[in-house]
Write a protein that binds this ligand. Structure first.
Ligand code: UDP
Length: 251
């Protein structure tokens, strides 16, 4: 049984720093099945070749990601998320991360356009799912289902589960963001296996990992403001948080 502690107790629970990534730190807790995540203020792009710090970014991504995981749970999509404990920390279930980045695209942009020479900003007739192999050393190369299965990164069944959850998340989030005047252009998901081997949605869902365009103006409200030096990165993240919190969890 998972015992949830108060925020102060939880911060005391942070035992050992297990991992420090580009945007988050992960700590062990006194419960072997629970980890504490700290969202950092650092911003990186192009496999960390471009870096910056924005005070308050970690807080915004933590509240946005916590809000989205909580809302998805209400809609029947389970994730590793347990609860937000303070401005920059959340508790998550420990999972073994499957080394795939699952990208879902609704509108053409980014690496899809660079790679395939297709026009920017075209609505796709149905979502496209892509997989990358999670490897900083190899720059997260694009792979297909066969690579993932035959090279042993995920089973055939896990790949099918990942695709089905990714499409469900896409449908739910597309509707959610449309209701706050935001077009969900594309996003990246990660998945892990819990102690029973079940596939769970993991990592984060935030303006760092999604492309959000204002529905009317197509203004970028996400990390593309940093990637493309468009300015006011934090203002865009704040705008996403303002719209979600004004909307509320109901419905
Ligand atoms: N993405 C991500 N982490 C990555 C790569 C991509 O969160 O390491 C997200 C990115 O924010 C976008 C989507 O996945 O919402 C598709 O990104 P794309 O492949 O177009 O990459 P980019 O153009 O950023 O190189």
């Amino acid at each position: 049984m998972l015992i949830i502690k108060s925020p102060l107790e939880v911060l005391d629970m942070a035992e050992e720093l297990l991992y420090e990534g580009k945007a988050k730190k992960i700590f062990s807790t006194d419960d072997p099945n629970v980890l504490l995540v700290q969202y950092k203020d650092s911003l990186t792009a192009f496999n960390a070749k471009k870096r910056d710090e924005k005070a308050g970014k970690g807080h915004l991504n933590n509240v946005i990601s916590s809000w989205i995981f909580t809302w998805l749970a209400k809609k029947g999509v389970e994730s590793h998320f347990i609860k937000q404990v303070d401005e920059t920390h959340q508790l998550i279930r420990k999972v073994e991360i499957i080394p795939l980045e699952t990208i879902v695209r609704n509108v053409t942009t980014g690496s899809l356009c660079r790679r395939l020479g297709v026009e920017e900003g075209k609505k796709l007739s149905r979502p496209i799912i892509e997989f990358s192999y999670k490897s900083d050393a190899l720059d997260d190369p694009l792979i297909n289902d066969d690579h993932a299965i035959v090279l042993g990164w995920a089973t055939e069944e896990e790949v099918a589960t990942i695709k089905s959850i990714a499409l469900k998340v896409n449908k739910l989030l597309t509707e959610l963001f449309a209701s706050v005047g935001v077009l969900l252009v594309d996003f990246k998901l990660e998945f892990g296996r819990d102690e029973k081997g079940r596939v769970l949605l993991a990592d984060e869902i935030s303006p760092d990992t999604c492309r959000f365009w204002d529905s009317k103006t197509h203004d970028h409200l996400d990390k593309d403001r940093f990637r493309k030096d468009l300015g006011d990165v934090l203002g865009a993240y704040e705008e996403i948080w303002r719209r979600l919190s004004a909307r509320g969890m109901d419905a």
